[in-house]
Ligand binder design. Sequence first.
Ligand code: DSN
Length: 414
Amino acid sequence: MKILEYVEAHEKWRGECINLIASENMSSKTMDRAVCSGFMHKYAEGWPENRYYQGCFYVDKAELEGNSYFYQLFEPEYVDLRPISGATANIAMFFGLTRPGDTLISLHTSNGGHISHAQFGAAGLRGLNVMTFPYDGEEMNIDVDKTCEMVRKESPRLIVFGASLFLFPHPVAQVKDAAEEVGAVIAYDAAHVLGLIAGKRFQDPFGEGAKIVTSSTHKTFPGPQGGVIMIRGLAQEQAANFQWATFPGVVSNHHLHHMAAKGITAAEMLKYGEQYAEQILRNAKALAEALHEEGFTVVAEHKGFTESHQVALDFKEFIGKWAAQTLEKANIITNKNLLPWDPVENSDNPSGMRLGTQEMTRMGMKESEMNYIAELFRKVILDKEDPESVKKEVIEFRKDYQNVLYSFDQDQPE
Ligand code: DSN
């Protein structure tokens, strides 16, 4: 049996890599302790202090305390840490708030929308009629006027903001009036930007008009793989349907170890979130500017490239796959990405690449390190240097960034 060897080899290799996948992060040792704990293999169906199983005395305390940190960070009226992924949270939302045949407006996957919002994903499985936001590729954002027109004409049940390619805040506040006129509920999938919202450095979805925020918990919010649902201002009947849809609808037993870890991460974000989010954004700007200086086409130059953790590169030819694979040989981990102007049939080999600074920021990198990373990109992609020789530089460089910052680890002895 070699599985443990593979796990250990993976940890060693990825610890020697520059990771720029925008949907990943590193957990603190404090959080790891909760994940690899006795909570992992126990049952607690139901609500804290109202369970279907005995033996939940400490689980209840952990869940209530974890919830309290989410209340402090995001100020919802109700929080539920039980969804086991962001997609599960979205499925609960679709079952709780819509019926088959209802119309949903969400972002097309070509424009960076998430698969769970798509006709071919969870929304379609619920039988929804999925319409997609009119999108402005130049602005890399939803077209407000055309969207308001669409909302007034189509009377959707649900409008879902949020994206996987997410450079700029979405126009939640600008669409709110049109949504209210037709009785549509605004939801916001914060998966990519939950940590930035926790750090008060992105938009405020509830303040701008969303009544539901769903999210995964392991991207800019550096928790365990998992999901969360929060609601504020939803009608009582809708809120009750929604809670039912979560449990017993799409979750039977939630993953107690991940629930505890989400709470620990929220406590870390209460203490360090603002500093962390600020540095993520500074690093994203610095990386975008440095890549531009090195000769790359960075998307949305006229808008300052980015206001999130992400940077998008446009190679101007269909080399996204080659670029990602070649960078991997140099121990630089990225993902190819479809850009709004790419033909959908090129999704396997698009012209773009999406980068995220959240993980390397958590490992202690700042603006000067972003400049160095841009140089490495130039060597591998533009100068076509041997990736194996760049890899040696990356391994050496990465040795100085091995501790998880903005976390309780820094408060504790090794
Ligand atoms: N597919 C993930 C991403 O990388 O953005 C979101 O679930």
